[in-house]
Structure formats: structure tokens, C-alpha cells
Design a protein around this ligand. Structure first.
Ligand code: PLP
Ligand code: COI
Length: 340
């Protein structure tokens, strides 16, 4: 088999149907074996729990081709853990040990020709997800579930690649105090759709959401955590119980501390102190680390650096993290998982 004939360098962040996907069903209190199939269609009852009460959660990770030609994933064990945390909060069944990781490996292997080549700038995005599949009409958890994994080759999440993005402070909330902001529930993203369409219509790339209780503290965007760099070159990351614990952000703070010698402060970050930071980045699997050029707080515009390019510390973080993922920098033990 040969690599697919795709213009890898010019891929955007979109869905392309690949050859194979993984499906496993939960019924009568247990998960079945699971299998790889070519069938990309999901057939469920019109009354399925996911369709009525949005009982769904998902994950996002990537497969990379390394410089020496291996295909690897990055800390997939943390995605497996977070998927089970999401499932637990949504009254969905957890996946048994190893099932998530095995499914991810199998789907990547089954679609090996879709893994973008080293140096192309593209990666294979992996989307594991789970939903309530049997009929539910009274408000309660489903009894049956489906867990699926598909893959799709992607380019940069933001159109300009590593060019700085411009945000607005949203008047909408993406999460509630004591709600589901800390897990990867599909409903969080449904919540954010009106806000992102509004931001795009006004010419912004993304929203900065504030803490829903006091609207004075920085939370995250619709699909990434923040990382700030102060004027001493130290990293400051927002701490909150209603943001998603980003695996990229948790890795970048280790990279900052262990590889770049930065101090790392995980603490509440006030909107009013953003003007004091030298650099700002958005971090996530899809976003990698995208520099933020400006944040518009209702007409009061905060600009980072020259507002266009990645700042020097953000650049070092980016180069080190992607260097570990692409295999030319040695990562901490267990970070890089070789599939093939
Ligand atoms: N925050 C939100 C709301 C997200 O959807 C994502 C994407 O997964 C992230 C943060 C980044 O998390 P991770 O680095 O684990 O991909
Ligand atoms: C990811 O980074 O994997 C995400 O799930 C973000 C999503 C909004 C594309």
C-alpha cells in the first residue's frame, strides 16, 4: 500500500473520510470485543439518548510521523483517562483498561496510508467518542452505548497556521460553575456554537471565556487552554475547576520547566492583568500552540508583542513540544507511544 495522494502541505482542519474505523457496543452491562469496519454510517433509534439529551463525550489526539519514519501518538494514556472521567460525569459506562488505547492503535494502523508524512505540517487527527444509543424518553441515562474511533488527516486548526489569532472577550459562558466545563462533553461545544459564530461574524478568530461565576477571571477558548508568558519569561496558566485539563497545556508546562528553565505558575488569572503579559498562546491538540495577537475586551484591545508573530518563549515551547512529538527531541519517559 502507498500513501494516499493528498496535498498534505495545504490541508485545513476538516473531515476527510478515511478507510477504516473502530466500533464497540455496550449492552446488558458490558462492552463487546469491538471491531474495525469500513462502514462510516451510524444507525441508531430516532429516540437514542444522544439525540434527545445529548449524552455524548469525545476525545481528540493525533498520530505523527517521526523523523525516523515511525508512526506515534502523544500521551494517549491521558486521553484514555480523560475519556473515562467524562463518561463518569455523564453517567456513561467507563471503558475497561486498555480498550481505548487498543482501539486508537488499531484505527491508526488500519489507516496507515492516511498518516501524513514527516515534515508536511499535517498530522492524523484521531477522534474517539461515545454516545447513548438506545431509546430514552424520560430524562435518564441510556442503557446502551456505542464507542467509536475514526481518523482524518488535518492541517492547522487556525487558517493562518502559526500566525497570531485575534480573540474577543465573550459575553456568553461556555460552562457553568459545578457544571461540565472540566470534561469533554459534546454539550459544551453545542453551548459555544452561537458564541463562535458571533465572534467570527465580528471578525475574531475565537472567544476568550470568563469564569461563569464572577466573570472576572480568564478560563479558556472554545477549543484550547491559555498559556501566558510574563516579562520575566515565566509561564502563567489559568487554574479553574470549569476548564478542560488540556493535555497539551499540561505537557507544555513540563517542557517550560524541565527543558527551558521557566518557572510555572498555575493560578487564577484576572482579565484585568492580561495587559501585563508579554506573550499569550492557545494550546490544544488541534491548536498545538497558536500565538494570540490581541484580545478585545469590549473595545479595550490588549496586544501581545507585535500582534502578528509568535513570541520568543512561545516559539521555544512550540519547537520543543513538536520536536518531542516528531521524534527529534527526546521526550520524558512514556510521552511518545510508537504504533508502527
Ligand atoms: N479546551 C477545550 C475546550 C478543548 O476542546 C480542547 C481540545 O481538546 C483543549 C482545551 C485542549 O486539550 P488537549 O490539549 O488535551 O487537546
Ligand atoms: C482538540 O484539540 O483535539 C479538540 O478537541 C478541539 C476541538 C475544538 C477541535
Amino acid at each position: 500500500m502507498a500513501k494516499k495522494d493528498i496535498d498534505w502541505e495545504n490541508l485545513g482542519f476538516g473531515y476527510i473520510k478515511t478507510d477504516k474505523r473502530y466500533v464497540s457496543n455496550f449492552k446488558d452491562g458490558k462492552w463487546d470485543e469491538g471491531l474495525i469496519t469500513e462502514d462510516d454510517k451510524v444507525v441508531i433509534s430516532e429516540c437514542a439518548g444522544v439525540l434527545q439529551y445529548s449524552q455524548s463525550c469525545f476525545e481528540g489526539l493525533k498520530a505523527y510521523t517521526t523523523e525516523d519514519g515511525r508512526v506515534v501518538t502523544f500521551r494517549p494514556d491521558l486521553n484514555a483517562q480523560r475519556m473515562n472521567d467524562s463518561a463518569e460525569r455523564l453517567e456513561m459506562p467507563k471503558l475497561p483498561d486498555g480498550k481505548f488505547l487498543e482501539a486508537v492503535d488499531k484505527v491508526v494502523e488500519a489507516n496507515i496510508d492516511w498518516v501524513p508524512p514527516y515534515g508536511s505540517g499535517a498530522t492524523l487527527y484521531i477522534r474517539p467518542y461515545m454516545f447513548g444509543s438506545n431509546p430514552v424518553i424520560g430524562v435518564k441515562p441510556a442503557d446502551e452505548y456505542q464507542f467509536r474511533v475514526f481518523v482524518t488527516p488535518v492541517g492547522p486548526y487556525f487558517k493562518g497556521g502559526t500566525k497570531a489569532v485575534n480573540l474577543k472577550v465573550s459575553d456568553f459562558d461556555r460552562a457553568a460553575p459545578h457544571g461540565t466545563g472540566h470534561i469533554k462533553a459534546g454539550l459544551n461545544y453545542a453551548m459555544s456554537l452561537h458564541a463562535i459564530v458571533t465572534a467570527h461574524a465580528e471578525g475574531y478568530d475565537e472567544n476568550l471565556y470568563l469564569d461563569p461565576a464572577t466573570r472576572t477571571k480568564v478560563e479558556e477558548t472554545g477549543g484550547a487552554n491559555f498559556i501566558f508568558v510574563d516579562h520575566d519569561g515565566n509561564l502563567v496558566v489559568p487554574k479553574s475547576t470549569s476548564i478542560l485539563p488540556s493535555i497539551t497545556r499540561r505537557s507544555l508546562t513540563v517542557v517550560g520547566e524541565k527543558y527551558l528553565g521557566c518557572k510555572v505558575y498555575e493560578r487564577e488569572v484576572l482579565l484585568s492583568e492580561l495587559k501585563d503579559f508579554a506573550e499569550c498562546g492557545l494550546c490544544g491538540t488541534a491548536a498545538v500552540i497558536s500565538p494570540v495577537g490581541s484580545i478585545d475586551d469590549h473595545g479595550n484591545k490588549i496586544v501581545f508583542g507585535d500582534g502578528k508573530e509568535m513570541g520568543p518563549v512561545t516559539k521555544k515551547l512550540y519547537d520543543t513540544l513538536t520536536g518531542i512529538q516528531m521524534g527529534h527531541i527526546e521526550g520524558p519517559e512514556g510521552w511518545v507511544h510508537t504504533i508502527k
